[in-house]
Write a protein that binds this ligand. Structure first.
Ligand SMILES: Nc1ncnc2c1ncn2[C@@H]1O[C@H](COP(=O)(O)OP(=O)(O)OP(=O)(O)O)[C@@H](O)[C@H]1O
Ligand SMILES: [Mg+2]
Length: 391
């Protein structure tokens, strides 16, 4: 794994003389006391973390815990009081104005909670804004902007004004605008918080889909633990300007490091919170029926597995082939289609809660297949994922 971004001992204090209060913070004086005594606000204190390339790193915390302050340090909209920020191994605090401009225009883009669209520009003009600033010729930037809009599902809305769009659509424009610059890193500050729950879930899903194609490095902020655990590869939990714990959702659930985190997650019954879509993964091996028996065997061999799901050209699930059946079929001159079995495993849909999958996981030794309403294979769930949610 390549580290894309690294933050070391980052501190941000707001006020007229930030440096003057650092010692107080180091002595452990509380944020409230410091504010009372000195009029300074501790935004972030001593935050350190690494974000890997292609990862969705979520920063979660209650209102005022310092999430926006932190994310705004990453493109230096906030100037840190202390600390280092490395992007691709370079400390961006040492950048001159030219390099900083380049970083903001090309490498890093931000999506805001309240969309931040320019109301007097239509949709496509909003999306191409960053390219325009960079001096990309008109036709070229139109083309790029159109593609970015298409990737967020907004083709055909180019000429509309932001005010004519729903919140969800405006945020798609915000996302398209960020994507148009083709940044390596996307900073998303509570991008879905202003949306109602249904639209929000749809956007979360689409973001994850988009990410599986684009593989950006995403730093995503939320105050919602469910959103954090759903989207995040890893999650950093913040409290009063400090990072309390960093880990995968599973790690945090399994071993909360402080009472604060425990309180956060105590109401979460994992098997009731986690749904199939949260724990399913893309099967490492998948065989199209047209590929045939040999391909199926090869796929199992190279992945060290004893069964593999078989799909048709539309990725519709046909069934499961086991290595025993496959080897026998070779000897008997049979085809892959002859040995596809549908009686060995269970299927479920993405919305199913883990608690409802427990009987299926205990009853079959094969993974559970997650399919959509058209029987398209969306992912698979290991038995471990279901059963370990119980402990
Ligand atoms: N420009 C500023 N000047 C002074 N204090 C600030 C400034 N920006 C943030 N703060 C303070 O820093 C602390 C962290 O604020 P921040 O906006 O980062 O919180 P947040 O976690 O993003 O909260 P929310 O969920 O409400 O957006 C707060 O105490 C806030 O008052
Ligand atoms: Mg904020």
């Amino acid at each position: 794994m390549t580290v894309k971004l690294e933050v070391q001992n980052l501190t941000k204090i707001f006020g007229s003389k930030p440096e003057s209060v650092i010692d107080l913070v180091k002595q452990g004086v509380s944020k409230d006391e410091i504010l009372k005594k000195t009029g300074h606000t501790v935004g972030i204190y001593n935050a350190s973390f690494k974000v890997n390339e292609g990862e969705i790193f979520v920063i979660m915390g209650l209102s005022g815990s310092g999430k926006s302050t932190l994310i705004r340090c990453l493109n230096l909209l906030n100037k840190p009081t202390e600390g280092k920020i490395y992007i691709d191994g370079e400390n961006i605090l040492e950048y001159d104005s030219t390099k900083l401009r380049e970083l903001r225009q090309k490498k890093i883009a931000m999506v805001f909670q309240h969309f931040g669209l320019l109301s007097h520009r239509n949709v496509i003009e909003n999306v191409e804004y960053g390219l325009e600033v960079r001096g990309v010729p008109r036709e070229e930037r139109r083309e790029i902007a159109k593609q970015a809009l298409a990737s967020t599902g907004l083709s055909g809305w180019e000429e509309k004004m932001p005010g004519e769009l729903s919140g969800g659509m405006q945020q798609r424009v915000g996302l398209a605008r960020a994507l148009a610059n083709d940044p390596d890193i996307l900073l998303m500050d509570e991008p879905f918080s202003a949306l109602d729950p249904l639209i929000r879930r749809e956007m979360q899903f689409e973001l994850m889909e988009l990410q599986s194609r684009l593989k950006k490095t995403i730093i995503f902020i939320t105050h919602d633990i469910n959103e954090a655990f759903k989207i995040g590869d890893r999650v950093a939990v913040m409290k009063d300007g400090k990072i309390e714990q960093i880990g995968t959702p599973e790690e945090i659930l399994a071993s909360p490091e402080s009472e604060y985190i425990e309180n956060f997650i105590q109401d979460i019954d994992r098997s009731k919170v986690f749904q199939a879509k949260h724990v399913m993964y893309k099967p490492s091996a998948l065989v199209f029926s047209k590929e045939g028996l040999k391909a199926a065997i090869k796929e199992m061999k190279s992945n060290g597995i004893s069964s593999v799901f078989i799909v048709d050209n539309q990725r519709k699930l046909l069934g499961l082939a086991t290595i025993d059946d496959a080897v026998r079929a070779v000897k008997e001159n049979k085809s892959l289609n002859d040995i596809i079995r549908t009686d060995l495993y269970y299927t479920t849909d993405e919305e199913a809660y883990l608690q409802d999958l427990i009987p299926k996981a205990t009853d079959s030794k094969y993974p559970i297949a997650v399919v959509n309403e058209n029987n398209k294979l969306m992912g698979i769930i290991s038995r471990v994922a279901v059963l370990s949610a119980l402990v």
